[in-house]
Design a binder for this molecule. Structure first.
Ligand SMILES: Nc1ncnc2c1ncn2[C@@H]1O[C@H](COP(=O)(O)OP(=O)(O)OP(=O)(O)O)[C@@H](O)[C@H]1O
Ligand SMILES: [Zn+2]
Length: 580
């Protein structure tokens, strides 16, 4: 017996400005959920934490555009995202918010610890100041002409045309995005700087030791940053929405009354503070997950994110944690994804390109999307979302391979065996073939999950379902029934047990449909875990696990096929073919 492991899972915190698109879902929360579910089914103790990332100028500007306060805006958007997550069956143990008190305290704590260790310093810097607005204009509060490409609507932090990261003072002809005023001055003011350069060697050493368990994509991104040399960064901004900058006594830090911590500093700390909220609400032990002096050295910490977040998780956040000189748990396994692309371009929240979580659920149930997005996870490279690909994954994998199998065998039991699992007959060659298949495939499925290879895990799941269909072709209970009812009974019994197994292994990816199957077969909750005994005898036992005589009710249609006319309609509605 292998020992149950304690696993902490986090997925990149979704930013608060609007409901997430299917790219966001596929590149962070969905695989984290699938992985958490599988680890739970294997008997491990999993805590999956996520939260909304709520600070920063995009939230402020969106609130302003909506004519409400930032707090109100974030409250609304949090609810929307929480509901969308629920709709997609994301089984977070806690879905927190970085704007809550726990994150304020944790962020202020880290800043104190870093400063005490000589890693934070007050420096004077030049900032864009709007005389008419009477305030500094950080990041997106200022727009102007890009010094690199001449684009006239570049934002203070980045040019959307050429992609270059900018400092607001670099903009040519800057104007305030609050008032449009061009009465702009460059003024000096103080900010806190995180002295990342001092941490270069420690982070390198840490990446070298931890990176062994990361995919190449993550290690190469971390090394690229380290090779370029870590630079000191301002971790405060001239804003009011955010976490207040305090002194050691918790009083406002002189000179920082109108400043807050920068969102990049406080967001990842949200993983810790959200775990604290979870512990507070449930009586869970957050320290066993986060403090290596309190048991977290025995916790496995797994992070999920899209590739643009890797640098923050392999360099910036580790600077905060290691620089505190406190015994914080750092990431063990890191899974980074490429992009899901939308018809030759990007999914985009600001341009409303692609399909968004709420819209998706209004078209079809969550399982359909979950299956397609996991089976086509952007792992080795970017993965294109196409309506045709979605249609074919649903129709062939879910409806034809899994749905038909379950339907056929349960309906046949209902019509020929009085809706009861038949106990007669003894297994023969066909059953031995099936045992051999499972003996090879089930351990491989588990390996793929352990390695967080989601495409392969989905493909193996499908291959196991397909082997079941092949088994029925070999066993042909419907033919045998005419001459030898007992021989037919073996095929039906094995088929029903296979249906149960197929439901069990389907649970991580398509939890609702899997529950329907397991309910139809009357499998109690405690028997829905992954099988552990992979010996010949153990696998043979799986094929005769359900009690003889157990009542079997065919489930309603598990999956509706997607019609060509629906694909046409959705292509039209979402502008699928449109390359603009
Ligand atoms: N097209 C995509 N495919 C895969 N992952 C993505 C995609 N777009 C964003 N992500 C990931 O989704 C997670 C949450 O992203 P976040 O809420 O910060 O939005 P974002 O990265 O600003 O994207 P967008 O502006 O397109 O919404 C991050 O880990 C990010 O890397
Ligand atoms: Zn530019």
């Amino acid at each position: 017996m292998t020992k149950a492991r304690r696993i902490l899972v986090t997925s990149a915190l979704p930013y608060i400005n609007g409901v997430k698109h299917l790219g966001n879902l596929a590149g962070s929360m969905l695989p984290a959920d699938v992985y958490s579910r599988m680890m739970r089914l294997m008997g491990h103790e999993v805590t999956y934490i996520c939260a909304t990332d709520e600070h920063g100028t995009p939230a402020e500007l969106a609130a302003q555009a909506a004519g409400i306060s930032v707090q109100e805006y974030c409250d609304e958007q949090y609810e929307i995202q929480r509901k969308a997550g629920e709709g997609f069956n994301l089984a977070f143990d806690w879905f927190g918010r970085t704007s809550r008190a726990a994150n304020r305290e944790a962020t202020q704590h880290f800043a104190q610890a870093l400063e005490a260790n000589g890693l934070i310093e007050e420096r004077t810097s030049k900032q864009v100041y709007s005389v008419d607005d009477g305030r500094f204009l950080p990041d997106r509060y200022v727009e102007g002409t890009c010094p690199t490409c001449g684009f006239e609507k570049a934002r203070g932090d980045q040019c959307d045309n050429c992609g270059r990261l900018l400092d607001p003072v670099d903009l040519i002809d800057p104007y305030s995005s609050v008032s449009g005023s061009k009465n702009i001055e460059i003024r000096e003011t103080n900010h806190l700087y995180l002295l990342q350069a001092k941490m270069q060697d420690r982070i390198r050493e840490w990446v070298n030791s931890k990176g062994k368990n990361w995919p190449n994509l993550a290690v190469s991104i971390a090394n690229k940053w380290l090779d370029e040399g870590l630079i000191d960064r301002a971790i405060t901004r001239d804003l009011s929405w955010g976490i207040d900058v305090t002194d050691a006594n918790g009083n406002p830090r002189p000179g920082f009354e109108d400043k807050v911590f920068y969102v990049w500093f406080d967001a990842p700390i949200g993983y810790i503070s959200s775990t604290q909220e979870w512990a507070e609400a449930t009586g869970g032990d957050w320290e066993a997950l986060w403090r290596t002096d309190k048991g977290a050295d025995e916790t496995e910490y797994v992070q999920f994110m899209g590739k643009d977040n890797v640098a923050f998780h392999t360099v910036s956040f580790p600077v905060t944690m290691l620089g505190s000189n406190e015994p914080w748990k750092t990431v063990d396994k890191l899974k980074a994804f490429n992009w899901v692309t939308w018809y030759g371009g990007k999914f985009s929240t600001s341009n409303k390109r692609g399909v968004f979580m709420d819209q998706a659920l209004s078209l079809l149930p969550a399982d359909y999307w979950r299956w397609y997005l996991i089976a086509n996870a952007p792992e080795g490279s970017d993965a294109a979302f196409t309506w045709e690909g979605f249609q074919s994954a649903v129709n062939s994998d879910l409806a034809n391979v899994l749905g038909n199998f379950v339907n056929r065998i349960t309906k046949y039991t209902a019509s020929k065996f009085d809706g009861q699992l038949p106990g007669a007959g003894t297994p023969g060659d066909a059953e031995a073939w099936m045992v051999a298949e499972l003996k090879e495939r089930l351990p491989r499925l588990v390996e793929y999950y352990e390695a967080m290879e989601f495409r392969k895990a989905a493909a193996e799941t499908r291959a196991i379902w397909a082997a079941g269909n092949e088994y029925l072709t070999k066993a042909e209970p419907w033919v045998k029934y005419k001459t030898d009812v007992d021989a037919a009974a073996v095929g039906v019994r094995t088929g029903l047990n296979l249906a149960a197994l197929f439901g069990i292994i389907a649970q991580p990816i398509i939890p609702n449909a899997a529950a329907k199957i397991l309910d139809a077969l009357g499998i109690p909750e405690e028997h829905r875990n992954m099988p552990k005994d992979m010996s010949d005898a153990g696998i043979a036992a799986l094929l005769d696990a359900l009690p003889h005589g157990a009542p079997i009710t065919p489930p309603d249609v598990l999956f509706q096929k997607i019609e060509d006319s629906q694909v046409e309609e959705w292509t039209e509605q979402f502008g699928g073919g449109d390359q603009a």
